[in-house]
Design a protein around this ligand. Structure first.
Ligand code: HEM
Length: 468
């Protein structure tokens, strides 16, 4: 979908809010049942809803059920800032939403995330108008609205380029049991267990992820399936946890850095100035900007194949030393595939347990005054079944880890919060050290959301209020 709106809502009165939920459940919400490939092309719009822990409380879920949600979700994203590396200008006290800034919608104010997607602005606006009319009736308060859109190229064609200019969304896990789309969705390994992304299904440990439950007495109409624990019903089945982060990208800063550092490059890289910049950008990201994987001895990006670029590559055989894709580049940190110690087979197994289903979309605010750059960035969205083991692990132990890929004192050159960072580019005969890496990305707001399956949504929409 070309364009999107992310609305952060506050439930003022649970009764009318549940009525709104029942209304949109009649056919407006997009569900997995509608996904058969042949219908994708005909979709004009999508709508999804997700809740924070505070939102589930405001909706009327009882204490006993609320306590069954995982710790990270209950704490919320701002409460996990120390784990996520959200410090300095990226700290929650500066966030536009979801943080601790007085006056801004704070973490505890945000109850609901409504995601609207459409093929074009006109259709999106029509959806927005309709939902805003419905909220008004349901007494729902709109706290924040973030618009986002995929950019178009010079021929008007939609692209998947993020603001630094790279093709995004290329590497996605193929999920076991899901039908293949018309375009072959290649991955470097066999499909990942559905329970890595969807609750109630087996995960890569051959067990079901921890799922929230309610006491069976709360489900008198039998909307939910029985949970593994006696006397409990499964609220998580077919649901997922959604990570939302508004990541502002300093495009001018990134380009200026690349320009300056590329001038210092001499041997082992292209000699043409423009190609030098492309080469350095690719080394930082770990892919060429057109999405092509980086191979040793390549000086420029190859042309994309008929289905875009292959994701079916690993590192241990062809690029163990990182002569193509540096060990500490963004993508090799975010998913080391088979390149972690002590050996490739084990590394693949480990990487399978930390995959993310990413659904990022760029945003851009045009400047109010001349000669200033637009504010732009990525609305980073990731779905996973375990926030701690998947999203938080990738962010903390791989992207921001100073000891990674047998190197020390380095962090992700693209997304890390740093003042004068370093990155090693393995080269022959001598490796090259890129220094002075700044924070090119600033965290502007975010939250952890629970995206319920349809039965759980029906249950929540018909929830009987309790007194606790
Ligand atoms: C503004 C910040 C970011 C930018 C500009 C960015 C950009 C990119 C790009 C261009 C790619 C390569 C193309 C692709 O495979 O989709 C990529 C891959 C990836 N990114 Fe990011 N990213 C950002 C933040 C993050 C964060 C915060 C995470 C997770 C915590 C993350 C996780 C990943 C993962 C898992 C991959 C796929 C790696 C693979 O399987 O090869 N990214 N990113």
């Amino acid at each position: 979908m070309a364009t999107a709106a992310f609305l952060l809502l506050k439930i003022q009165d649970a009764g009318p809010f549940r009525a709104w939920l029942r209304e949109i459940l009649k056919g407006e919400l997009t569900t997995a049942a509608e996904i058969p490939t042949e219908r994708l092309e005909r979709w004009t719009a999508c709508m999804n809803v997700a809740f924070t822990w505070h939102g589930l409380k405001a909706l009327g879920l009882d204490k006993d059920a609320l306590q069954t949600f995982p710790f990270e979700f209950r704490k919320g994203m701002a409460g996990r800032a120390h784990v996520l590396g959200d410090t300095g200008t990226s700290a929650p006290e500066h966030w536009e939403f979801g943080g601790t800034r007085p006056g801004g919608p704070r973490d505890e104010d945000i109850h609901v995330l409504l995601m609207l997607y459409a093929r074009n602005e006109e259709e999106l606006c029509a959806r927005l108008v309709r939902q805003r009319t419905l909220f008004a009736k349901a007494g729902v308060q709109e706290l924040y609205c973030q618009r986002a859109a995929h950019p178009r190229d010079k021929h008007g064609q939609l692209t998947s380029r993020e603001p630094f200019g790279f093709e995004d969304g290329v590497s996605q896990p193929v999920i076991q049991g899901f039908r293949k789309h018309e375009r072959p969705s290649e991955d470097y390994d066999s499909p990942i267990a559905a329970g890595e992304f969807i609750l109630g299904h087996d995960n890569e440990y051959q067990e079901k992820p921890l799922s929230p439950t309610v006491h069976e007495s709360r489900d008198s109409l039998g909307r939910l399936n029985a949970a593994a624990q006696a006397g409990r019903k499964d609220l998580g089945l077919d649901g997922s946890y959604l990570v939302l982060r508004k990541l502002q990208q300093d495009v001018d800063g990134f380009n200026a850095f690349v320009e300056q550092k590329s001038k210092e490059l001499t041997d082992g890289c292209p000699q043409d100035d423009e190609k030098k910049k492309e080469w350095l950008k690719a080394k930082l990201m770990g892919r060429w900007s057109n999405g092509a994987p980086l191979k040793p001895d390549q000086l420029e990006a190859p042309e994309p194949g008929p289905h875009g670029h292959s994701n079916a590559f690993t590192y241990s055989e062809d690029d163990a030393a990182g002569l193509g894709c540096p060990m500490t580049s963004h993508i090799r940190r975010a998913n080391p595939r088979d390149s972690l110690a002590p050996e490739p087979g084990l590394s693949k197994l480990v990487s399978r347990r930390h995959r993310l289903l990413r659904r990022g979309i760029p945003y851009r605010c045009e400047p109010q005054t001349e000669n200033t750059s637009p504010e732009q960035g990525l609305i980073f969205i990731a779905l996973n079944a375990q926030l701690g083991r998947q999203f938080e692990f990738v962010q903390q132990s791989w992207l921001h880890n100073e000891k990674f890929g047998r190197l020390y004192d380095e962090r992700d050159p693209v997304s890390s919060n740093q003042e004068s960072g370093v990155m090693t580019i393995p080269m022959k005969p001598l490796r090259r050290c890129v220094t002075g890496i700044q924070s090119f990305v600033t965290m502007k707001g975010g939250g952890y959301f629970f995206m319920p399956g349809v039965s759980a949504l029906e249950f929540l929409a018909h929830l009987e209020p309790t007194t606790d």
